[in-house]
Design a protein around this ligand. Structure first.
Ligand SMILES: [Ca+2]
Length: 496
């Protein structure tokens, strides 16, 4: 979402993409079967598509002038769900930019939007509700949660989405112009140039939200309570990996580099000191890479590339894209890329201005073209991976390997690990890098092992896992997306 001059670089250790656009980079497997299928055309400047998490399988499309349209499954004719064009200042990087459905939308009908306000161009985060009587219409009543003044027209961020923690994450650009003239992204007393995180289920007094106590500058700590991470230039689109919960942000660069960041609590991603791994010379005395979190991937402004549109990690079951690949685009060239195991490759070169990606309820990924289209990735020749079987699981103490039997509540669950036995007599190669899920949450997968001749998976437990009594549903997902059956372990109250 930024017109400007541009390239493609890769940080050391990554395979360099081909210099010429449209060529499959050397050494990268080409994926000729993957194509785009049009779902809807004729939209007015669409900038986002998402779903409502309620099992209805509807798609919701955001049009920049201020409309949200709803598309029924199988239909190609969306209808208007919400129209706030009268409130929205649209054009360039402004407009209705973001939409998120409450995790419990099915029961509470709450939806959230991010738009640029008339007449002053401030960013507004506001709540609406779907109608009680017509699920395909939103009520007109608005509750404004947050408004943030914007000093310039560009770099408004725009993304909002709920994390697995139930909090609302908000992407804020640095306020605009060029080179962050107000040095706002590094200023922890400003909300610009940040990823914010707020709790919209627990309002604080007249404020329609509170800030989670584990935000880095919460409470007496200097800095705005709403900040989750900082040093961003314009995190136009971000997403959460459905399995790992990791937050991937595409941070739009200035004149040299586009970057993909894994956003963590309290992280400083370097802008305006760094643009990707390049020192900007805005503040040359601060150009120490160790002081900032670098991008997990970046590319230079070669061949007309100029503005990253952050995308999604594919976790669907149809193999329309490689399982676990992160898909993203350059807005200026229309190229769509994959990032897999640290390597970037060109998936396809399109004529689209890719304003966004989006997901449906099943995790299939869509491409939004600013010219008026929503398309989905398809791969008719793909063979979805077959399910496989796990037969038992147990929890043991990491220090001495003693099995926890029965499994009881443990305040420090990190001292324990889970062992899952595969039914096959030997592990398959696809089991390498498998992820153990407990109640749908990926455990510490860096510790997942697969010992030849001993078909087991071992994963460190994350801390909340053993905090309360109740069932633990255990499942393994292989690197190719194959899912196992589910086993259930029971956590019993602590014995004393
Ligand atoms: Ca504070």
């Amino acid at each position: 979402m930024k017109p400007a001059p541009f390239v493609f670089l890769c940080i050391s250790g990554l395979v360099q993409l081909a210099g010429a656009r449209g060529e499959a980079p050397a050494g990268i497997q080409s994926l000729p079967d993957i194509s785009l299928e049009t779902v809807v055309a004729g939209l007015t400047s669409p900038v986002y598509v998402t779903h409502s998490r309620d099992g209805s399988r509807r798609l919701f499309i955001v049009e920049q002038p201020g409309r949200i349209k709803v598309l029924q499954p199988g239909s190609a004719s969306p209808t208007v769900f919400l129209d706030i064009t009268g409130k929205v200042l649209a054009g360039g990087e402004r407009g209705l930019l973001g939409l998120a459905f409450h995790p419990q939308f099915q029961s509470n009908r709450r939806i959230f939007v991010n738009y640029t306000r008339r007449p002053d161009g401030a960013t507004v985060i506001a709540e609406y509700r779907a109608s009680d009587t017509d699920p395909n219409l939103a009520e007109s009543a608005e509750i404004i949660l947050l408004s943030i003044a914007q000093p310039f027209q560009n770099h408004n961020g725009g993304m909002i989405e709920f994390g697995r923690d139930g909090y609302l994450y908000i992407g804020m650009g640095d306020g605009g112009s060029a080179n962050d003239p107000g040095n706002r992204a590094q200023n922890i007393n400003e909300l610009l140039g940040k990823i914010l995180r707020i709790d919209i289920d627990h309002p604080a007094g007249a404020t329609g939200y509170s800030s989670p106590a584990d935000n880095p500058f919460f409470g007496a700590t200097a800095g705005r309570d709403e900040i989750f991470a900082f040093g961003l230039r314009n995190p136009w689109r971000f997403s959460f990996d459905r399995i790992t919960g990791e937050l991937y942000a595409g941070d739009v660069g200035q004149g040299a580099r586009e970057e993909i960041d894994i956003i963590t609590n309290g992280g400083n991603y370097g802008w305006r000191v760094f643009e990707g791994t390049g020192c900007t010379n805005n503040d040359p005395g601060l150009c120490s890479p160790a002081a900032f979190i670098g991008p997990m991937a970046q590319y230079k402004h070669n061949g007309g590339r100029c503005s990253i549109t952050g995308g999604y990690v594919y976790r669907g079951s149809k193999s329309s894209l490689p399982f676990g690949a992160y898909v993203y685009a350059d807005f200026c060239t229309g190229e769509i890329f994959l990032l897999q195991d640290g390597t970037q490759s060109l998936l396809m070169d399109t004529a689209l201005g890719v304003s966004s990606f989006g997901e449906d309820e099943e995790g299939e990924i869509y491409v939004v073209g600013i010219g008026g289209t929503v398309q989905r990735f398809i791969n008719p020749n793909a063979t979805p991976p077959a399910a496989f079987a796990i037969r038992s699981a147990f929890i043991r103490k990491r220090s001495d390997g003693v099995t926890l039997d029965p499994v009881t509540v443990k305040p420090n669950g990190k001292k324990f690990e889970i062992v899952v036995n595969e039914s096959a007599s030997v592990p398959t190669p696809a089991s390498q890098g498998a992820i153990v899920l407990v109640n749908g949450v990926a455990m510490n997968t860096g510790y997942t092992e697969n010992v030849p001749g001993t078909p087991i998976f071992v994963a460190r437990l994350r801390r909340p896992t053993l905090l309360t009594p109740g069932p633990l549903v255990v499942e393994v997902v292989r690197a190719d997306g194959a899912r196992s059956n589910q086993l259930t372990l029971q956590v019993f109250p602590a014995l004393d």
